[in-house]
Design a protein around this ligand. Structure first.
Ligand SMILES: NC(=O)NC1NC(=O)NC1=O
Length: 174
């Protein structure tokens, strides 16, 4: 779908198609619909990013809380969203050794205990070893820094999900 097709979507379709570019936060997609028409892919991505940046800190934490744990209960129970399942599987989160799985579970709990929101990282842009390292390193950060870092990761996940749905200028030229 190119940007002209995106701009032509009624809001029901816009939210149905793009509603999970930020995990379980269709309200963000619903809000940016009124910013149409988008001149290009970058403008659509920027509108989402600006909406997130304008939220109070509690809203940003709310976005983080909509994300499932890496290798957590939703993965084990088969209740991840399709996007999240593919991202987590791509980084090997569905094939951890039992030692890795218990380490991730312990660190995820420690992180949530400390910050009150889950550890979020763009799984597609990293790998298992780095996820395990970041999980233990980022546990030591300050809350505000971690909130900002988590939101940066949400935006990376969003860009990749958008790219899977909307042709960017670069791919238009191919
Ligand atoms: N917690 C967390 O980072 N979750 C995720 N990351 C990602 O790329 N997809 C997710 O579901």
């Amino acid at each position: 779908m190119d940007i002209a097709a995106v701009n032509a979507l009624p809001y029901e379709d816009f939210v149905n198609i793009l509603g999970n570019v930020v995990e379980k936060c269709p309200i963000i997609t619903a809000a940016v619909w009124s910013r149409r028409p988008f001149v290009n892919f970058t403008a659509l991505e920027a509108a989402i990013s600006e909406f997130i940046d304008e939220l109070p800190e509690s809203g940003k934490e709310g976005i983080l809380r909509c994300h499932p744990d890496l290798a957590g209960r939703d993965l084990r129970g088969g209740t991840l969203t399709r996007e999240s399942r593919e991202e987590q599987a791509g980084a090997g989160m569905d094939a951890l050794s039992s030692a890795e799985a218990s380490s991730v579970a312990r660190l995820n709990e420690e992180y949530k205990e400390r910050f009150g929101f889950p550890f979020v990282i763009c799984a597609r842009m990293t790998d298992k070893a780095n996820i395990l390292r970041q999980l233990s390193e980022r546990c030591r950060n300050e809350r505000a820094a971690e909130r900002a870092r988590g939101i940066e990761e949400v935006k990376k996940i969003c860009r990749l999900r958008l790219q899977a749905l909307v042709l960017s200028e670069a791919s238009n030229k191919l």
